[in-house]
Design a protein around this ligand. Sequence first.
Ligand code: NAP
Length: 532
Amino acid sequence: MTATIAETTDLTGQMLIAGALVSGTGDEIRGVDPAAGTPLEPAYRYGDDSHVDAACAAAAEAFGPYRATTSERRARFLEAIAANIEAISTPLIARAVAESGLPQARITGEVGRTTGQLRLFAAVLREGSWTGARIDPALPDRAPLPRPDIRQRSIPLGPVAVFGASNFPLAFSVAGGDTASALAAGCPVVVKAHDAHPGTSELVGRAIADAVAAEGMPAGTFSLLYGYGPALGTALVTDPRIKAVGFTGSRSGGMALVAAAAARPEPIPVYAEMSSINPVFLLDGALASRGSDLGRAFVGSLTMGSGQFCTNPGLVIAVDGPGLDAFVAAAREALEQSAATPMLTSDIAARYAAGVESLGAEAELVVRGAEGDGGGTCQAALFTTDAGRFSGSEVLQAEVFGSSSLIVRCADADEVKAVAENLEGQLTATVHADEADHEAAATLLPTLETKAGRILFNGWPTGVEVGYAQVHGGPFPATSDSRTTSVGARAIERFLRPVAYQDVPKGLLPSEIADGNPDALWRRVDGRLTKD
Ligand code: NAP
């Protein structure tokens, strides 16, 4: 352990363990400006098992006192993190733009989204229904047996490991939705930073650590580690003090963590958001009335941020005909004019190129976007195939992360439905429908509900609103656990579990379920929601 946290935003190249800056001992990594291909200062060194041990020990020690804090104190803590992030927004945005190659406007929006998420969870804490408070009062005179007094509330699981995502260096990274929801639940967090944005991670990590200190939270409430996933990441997930995992990234990475967590002597839940091709269904009426407009709008969604969104529209399904021809012609024209834009890392660009090549081997090319200068850019790609070939091919159904999409031409509405029924689980399913299409849409909807976490009409799946009703999840392989969401208020539920208290003496009951409702919560008393 070395220096304490500096007040300056100069980067130190160090990890953060329970409030202390700590130097790594392993391989050296640097952020890289993907547009220029230049490495950035400073160097960061990977941590080792001793750092995992120190962070997990501190998190375990923090868990008791941290979970005992009131909802109001944790709400103020989350708001303090948001304020600290805003206070460093100028250097933070500059660094995140340099490390990700994403446009400044996008990163600026992501700062707002990140602080907005933190404040949403502050509001969730104050509103109180996350506690799941319910009371079945005793029925001493019930025959043949009396009913005991049973009360229930939710408590946090324990320390949570969070893996920052490459494609949202702020909103799905160190202080992203996983961290915000786990901290709100009362769980200390140990983050494994993503190598693609180490400096951004350090800045945000320090904003959190400063809030931990200023709000008087236990030091081990938050730690930030750097390391190679299969080594340090696996050590973190298999540490017995870690009780749950939040992850956004590749299917292979997510599944490796699911396997590691399941093989522990004490298996733990892994909430991994992995792979989705986000089907877009273009129904006949919509295609006939606005096929060309849809084609142009589709390209806008497809190429945004070099297509590096988990909700990127990677699949379009429609009945063949003049409406679809108009859609394809407009999309082709728009894509031809789309510039090649930098991808987050050279690895991601290489995987994109390989994925496009695989699609090209099995589907017919419609058009490529403009070629880029270097190897690190995303040259958009649009393919087409028929329903038979699509349904029989794993390659055509696999996620290609970037601005690539595949149009499946179907013979009729029955074939559209059959394609939908054969899809893997998805984060989103989009339907473009005019009023005349509503009957066809109603036939499709029950299938889409079983396939996707979010169904949207007459819009595009990129852009995930953060709120109380949002679901960013879905059946496997979109996520490893379809019962939850990683975006929005219900994300907190991933890190909670219910406990029932039977005939516990009144003086020992937690305030959420105490007589007289001291926390003024909405509670389910004898089956009825009430504030009494
Ligand atoms: P990734 O390779 O899955 O890495 C995400 C995080 O998980 C990194 O911190 C990584 O550490 C760690 N990790 C990966 N494999 C691991 C393993 N076997 N054991 C333990 N930890 C592991 O994702 P990425 O680097 O962000 O992007 C790579 C690909 O993931 C993309 O090309 C794309 O296909 C996909 N992706 C999908 C989404 C989505 O939302 N669907 C989002 C981002 C990326 P190391 O880097 O140190 O290995």
